[in-house]
Design a protein around this ligand. Structure first.
Ligand code: NDP
Length: 259
């Protein structure tokens, strides 16, 4: 299995946690992307300090504002990415931004269900729509008929928590709004894979493992995986994907997960 080699990548929620880890590891690849778009809600703010430090050292890193629950913000980011790329397309879109609220089923509310669904499910839908022209352009510009992340791909960072068949860790954390949003994200991934296959775009739902981030630790337990281990695993998986895997649900080790 070779290293991931991809010309242009966009990561949402890139200022901390897994998003930041993905950016760090992509920059450290033997052949880093020529264009790496790290997007976050407040690129100039304190929460994006680490990204700003990285951008001062890596000229291929472009930080852009992007709020995934806001269609206007998404369209503006797509236009900016298009300007940077000139005539070429975007190869890899990683929909990573996500939120959780740790709540018992009886305490879920309309507001929480809506906010979490909007961020975790509608966000990736709108991202896929807005970036479709750039993804199509990337696919058209890549030789060969197969699918791959080097050519054109949408990777939705999902969660085993959204798996209906495994209902993982229910006794520890209920978070039904989060589980529903990720189950719906899995279905969205399948729909995207069916709709976008003819355009040469691979679509994958990817579970990063249970990882030591703010989100991963929010239930009050310490997750077993470091960001580095999860991201290394995920990038290895991405490097190996082909047509066979489009529309599937994999984890950071490349194992197929039950929907
Ligand atoms: P973190 O809480 O560490 O980071 C979440 C990121 O998402 C932050 O950059 C945050 O930005 C961003 N974000 C949240 N809402 C929005 C929004 N509306 N628009 C733009 N950005 C937003 O979480 P993780 O890194 O752990 O999670 C990354 C992904 O991995 C998520 O999709 C999560 O569901 C998934 N995942 C994580 C697991 C884990 O154990 N950590 C397990 C399974 C899945 P800001 O700083 O502005 O809030």
């Amino acid at each position: 299995m070779g290293e991931l080699c991809v010309r242009s990548v966009l990561v949402t929620g890139a200022n901390r946690g897994l998003g930041l880890g993905l950016v760090q590891h992509l920059l450290g690849l033997p052949k880093p992307p020529q264009w790496l778009f790290a997007t976050c809600r407040d690129p100039k703010g304190q929460r994006a300090q680490e990204l700003q430090n990285l951008a001062s050292k890596h000229h291929n890193l472009v930080i852009l504002p992007l709020e995934v629950a806001n269609p206007t913000s998404i369209k503006a980011a797509a236009a900016k990415v298009g300007e940077h790329l000139g005539g070429s397309g975007l190869n890899l879109l990683i929909n990573n931004a996500g939120i959780v609220k740790i709540t018992l089923l009886e305490n879920e509310t309309l507001e929480d269900m809506t906010e979490i669904y909007t961020t975790n499910t509608v966000g990736p839908l709108l991202m896929g729509q807005a970036f479709l022209p750039l993804l199509k352009k990337a696919a058209q510009g890549s030789p060969g008929s197969g699918l791959s992340c080097s050519k054109a791909a949408i990777v939705n960072i999902s969660s085993i928590g959204g798996s209906i068949a495994s209902f993982s860790a229910w006794e520890m954390i209920q978070a039904s709004s989060y589980r529903c949003s990720k189950a719906a994200l899995n279905m969205l991934t399948k729909c995207q894979s069916l709709a976008y296959k003819e355009h040469g775009i691979l679509c994958l739902a990817l579970h990063p493992g249970w990882v030591q981030t703010d989100l991963g630790s929010s239930g009050g337990h310490t997750p077993p995986l470091t960001v580095d281990a999860s991201v290394q695993g995920m990038l290895k998986v991405l490097s190996s994907l082909s047509e066979k895997e489009t529309g599937t649900f994999l984890d950071w080790e490349g194992k197929i997960l039950p929907w």
